[in-house]
Design a protein around this ligand. Structure first.
Ligand SMILES: [Fe+2]
Length: 278
């Protein structure tokens, strides 16, 4: 088992050169799985070069784990091939649905939070983990609507899913804050309910205040209330690899690294339960 630091960034094409020429500026990288699946060329060859220098987390956006469609076997086959080639320390996707009747809507859509959704998710996560031969992590998404058929609050729903499915949790601290404003709950109480032993990674990102709701835009620096929540999370749940998501209005690599270093500074002096190891 090898330990590494916590500082991560998303590997995006504008930063390929920067990462390759200065890999020690971060401790690991996360990539969007679909951008490297079923494809060759520059993206995959770049990823393989980065992989020689840094641990990689694979983060998917099309697993469609919450859909009522049968699981897409071709997608899983391609994901498995990528996992075998990259040997990532985390394979993750989102606790959501992204399409139905074989149509991908390219959006992370919310699920009704009730027992029947949990039952469906547990069965489908089991099939994915069986197929990949490893655990996956699912991420809490930002949402803008709730369903009348909701029976559970979001924190209870997430906890139930990851515990019953025996999978891991990618905890997006910005999404917790965005949802706390959009759906009027206490984000600190939410974080207290998170199953610490299942959390394998944190996401941080910027959002946009649209007046009567917060929009998860990933196009700005992390906001002050999210930094406060991050420090609370670090204390409560422990030290985990963290990532700044900056996917729109992507800044210069130096600016992104500054934001990662800011997060790193904030964790100093806080209780760190354990190092993450691969
Ligand atoms: Fe995220």
């Amino acid at each position: 088992m090898k330990s590494f630091g916590h500082k991560g960034v998303g590997l995006r094409p504008p930063h390929y050169k920067d990462i390759l020429s200065n890999p020690s500026s971060v401790d690991w990288c996360e990539v969007i799985s679909e951008n490297y699946m079923d494809t060759g060329g520059r993206p995959l060859s770049t990823l393989l070069k980065v992989r020689e220098m840094l641990p990689i987390a694979l983060h998917g956006v099309s697993l469609n784990i919450g859909s009522s469609d049968v699981l897409n076997r071709d997608y899983l086959k391609n994901l498995k091939l990528l996992v075998e080639g990259i040997e990532p320390f985390i394979v993750s996707d989102h606790l959501c649905w992204t399409g139905i009747e074989k149509r991908n809507w390219h959006d992370l859509l919310p699920l009704p939070m009730n027992e029947s959704t949990v039952d469906s998710l547990v069965s489908r996560i089991d099939q994915v983990q069986e197929t990949l031969g490893r655990r996956i992590a699912l991420e809490n998404i930002s949402t803008y609507v709730r369903f009348q058929s909701d029976e559970l609050d979001e924190a209870d729903f997430i906890r139930l899913v990851v515990e019953r499915a025996d999978c891991d949790l990618l905890l997006d601290v910005n999404n917790v804050f965005v949802n706390s404003v959009n759906h009027n709950f206490d984000p600190y109480e939410y974080l207290k309910k998170m199953p610490a032993d299942r959390v394998v990674q944190y996401h941080l990102a910027g959002h946009t205040d649209k007046g009567d709701f917060l929009f998860d835009t990933h196009d700005a620096e992390v906001s002050d209330p999210v930094w406060d929540l991050f420090q609370f999370t670090w204390n409560k749940i422990g030290a985990r690899p963290f990532l700044i998501e900056w996917d729109d209005k992507i800044p210069e690599f130096e600016r992104l690294v500054q934001e990662v270093e800011k997060a790193n500074e904030m964790t100093k002096g806080l209780r760190a339960e354990k190092e993450y190891a691969i």
